[in-house]
Design a protein around this ligand. Structure first.
Ligand code: DAH
Length: 333
């Protein structure tokens, strides 16, 4: 009984069973040896041994049941699912911040009646430069250090060639935006050899300068989700005349921090180039510049994404760190 009380595993129980009530068990042997006892003792001894055997067997069974029950309970506990626990979060994919920016601005422009157009990244010099009022001798070509292929084609240095392709394809009147990758021989902390631009072009009759200003400020306000101060500065691009650059109020400090890391204390951020489309460019698109005019703009999407999401290093956008991109900057998480 002492050994039985001490056991905890079914195997030990079997060993005990064999030891006492097995074929050669101690109790079995005793029972078998009853015949050797003097007759007058046999009956009492037999009764005693039988009672003992019943007791042992019932105790064996009881212990077996207890061990099995304990084991079942232990397993149940280990496998129990607590359906009341809060569910674990599940990480879903998120848009790349630049893609999110591209979608957002394209959506805003579609709301103003613009369609999304596209053109090839491997472009002809003709569309990338020539048609945009930059003949081969033009010094502005040097400003865009270009990747050329041996056959004279190139990786487009801006999305502006899509202006020409769209005019040739659709004619006037026309409203398009063209987001896409562009390439230049540039590689430092603030420049990447590949970056993203969005081109815009509106061609119609008697388009006033004010439409360009209104469109650009509305686009910026819609993108940043609030009304920002803006200013237009005179600039130069070969494909527009007059040309302007748009500055918006610093989205980080609104001009209140002279040590601002985003605007460097100027209070302004340069966000777009634009202008009234040069008659030579309209003509290159096979549209009559005496009947139609328009405006065009170009914005850097990577810079817009960095400003909106507070990203300070351009390389974070292109290093491909999944955990960084999944942090839900641009989309759902
Ligand atoms: N293509 C210019 C660049 O890459 C940006 C630009 C400026 C586009 C003025 C335009 C424009 O359409 O009108 O720097």
């Amino acid at each position: 009984m002492e050994s039985l009380n001490a056991i905890t595993a079914l195997q030990e129980l079997d060993e005990l069973r064999v030891k006492y009530t097995g074929k050669k068990g101690e109790l079995t042997l005793l029972l078998r040896s009853l015949g050797k006892l003097p007759k007058e003792l046999r009956k009492d001894a037999g009764q005693e041994l039988n009672t003992l055997r019943d007791e042992i067997e019932s105790k064996l069974e009881q212990t077996g049941r207890k061990i099995r029950d304990d084991e079942n309970e232990r397993q149940e506990k280990a496998q129990r699912i607590d359906v009341t626990l809060p569910a674990k979060g599940r990480t879903a994919g998120a848009f790349h911040p630049v893609m999110q920016t591209m979608h957002d601005i394209a959506n805003i422009m579609q709301g103003l009646g613009y369609s999304v157009a596209s053109g090839p990244e491997k472009e002809e010099e003709f569309y990338n430069f020539e048609c945009l009022n930059m003949p081969s001798w033009h010094p502005a070509r040097d400003m865009q250090d270009t990747f050329y292929f041996p056959d004279g084609t190139l990786l487009r240095t801006h999305t502006s060639p899509v202006q020409i392709r769209a005019m040739l394809q659709y004619g006037a009147p026309l409203r398009i935006v063209c987001p896409g990758k562009v390439y230049r021989r540039d590689n430092d902390p603030t420049h990447s050899p590949m970056f993203n631009q969005m081109e815009g072009l509106l061609v119609d009759k008697d388009v006033p300068f004010s439409v360009m200003k209104g469109t650009m400020t509305e686009m910026m306000n819609a993108f940043f989700g609030r009304s920002l101060k803006s200013r237009f500065r005179a600039s130069y691009f070969p494909f527009t005349e007059p040309s302007m650059e748009l500055d918006i109020e610093c989205v980080e400090c609104s001009g209140h921090d002279e040590h601002c890391r985003v605007c460097h204390g100027t209070g302004w951020l340069e966000v777009a180039g634009m202008g009234m489309v040069h008659p030579n460019v309209i003509r290159a698109g096979k549209i009559d510049p005496d009947k139609y005019n328009g405006f065009a703009f170009g914005i850097g999407l990577d810079r817009m994404a960095m400003l909106k999401y507070g990203i300070s290093d351009l390389r974070l956008l292109f290093d491909g760190s999944v955990s960084y991109l999944l942090s839900g900057l641009g989309g759902e998480n």
